[in-house]
Design a binder for this molecule. Sequence first.
Ligand SMILES: Nc1ncnc2c1ncn2[C@@H]1O[C@H](COP(=O)(O)OP(=O)(O)OP(=O)(O)O)[C@@H](O)[C@H]1O
Ligand SMILES: [Mg+2]
Length: 305
Amino acid sequence: MTAAPPHATAAGRLDAAGMVRTARERVVDRVREAEVVAAALSAGRNIVLEGPPGTGKTTLLRALADGTGVPLVLVEGNAELTPTRLIGHHDASRVLTEDYRPENFVPGPLTRAMTEGALLYVEEFNRVPEETMNVLLGVLSEREMHVPRFGRVAARPTFRLVAAMNPFDAVGTARITPALYDRSCRIAMGYQDEDAERAVVSTATGGPGGLVARAVRAVRITRDHAELRIGASVRGAIDTVLIAGELAAVRGLDGLAQPLDEAVGEDAALAALTGKVTLGDAVTRPVEQVVVDIWRRAGEELGKA
Ligand SMILES: Nc1ncnc2c1ncn2[C@@H]1O[C@H](COP(=O)(O)OP(=O)(O)OP(=O)(O)O)[C@@H](O)[C@H]1O
Ligand SMILES: [Mg+2]
């Protein structure tokens, strides 16, 4: 048994103030969300972080975790995340020579998180197979599990589950999520306001202000555009700014010149955005045309910033 992690008391409380402090240093805005998630984690609750892609769920949770003093174990949720992958397995070649022994068990992320008292962060939780969700729900209820031929695994007091979910993701396992919601607290992460998104893109790219503003405006237009069913997250703006800077250099132009060369901006926006948006069902014109229109409109709205 190793010593309890710093900040974590024997009762399993986590340092909420420490978490909020690191989140304030590393995350743009999101103060309310940081405070509520920190408070819920500190109170021993499990969390569902719900929001569209690119709204900063992972960024916020990483920052909060760094302030707790307990480890973060991150798992990508997808159809291949079987109970065995999550829990662990016995090393097959060692089993042949040594038979099943606790020493040749290779712990998976759930077992590690429970024994280390870590935060287990499962991204895209609604893509996880139902049998794997059932394992997690069992652990949330009992704070322990039985692993065949390994034994009982008990969760240290600081163990928590944080599940991230995209509310627009159709894959979901509708039958199981009510049980998860009942055992956790839900914090919604919507899109941030325009100023915050500019700050996010500026920090991520160091790009010139006019270009950052136009890229942010463009992705915001995609989110309630009549021809698009799904719009782009702030990642689309980050990619546009990064590509535009490099593309200007490739073409022998000054990437920081204002206003930006129109062809460079359009090509960057096409590369960054056409794959990130989804056309509405009835739309017949190509996505490239829609994105170019949006890029031009963003420029007009900002007075060709
Ligand atoms: N509030 C924020 N402060 C700082 N960076 C942010 C913020 N929001 C988003 N970002 C940046 O935007 C990008 C996407 O954020 P992140 O990966 O945290 O989103 P997510 O909600 O986890 O997305 P997904 O649902 O696709 O996993 C990252 O590059 C991140 O640095
Ligand atoms: Mg994420």
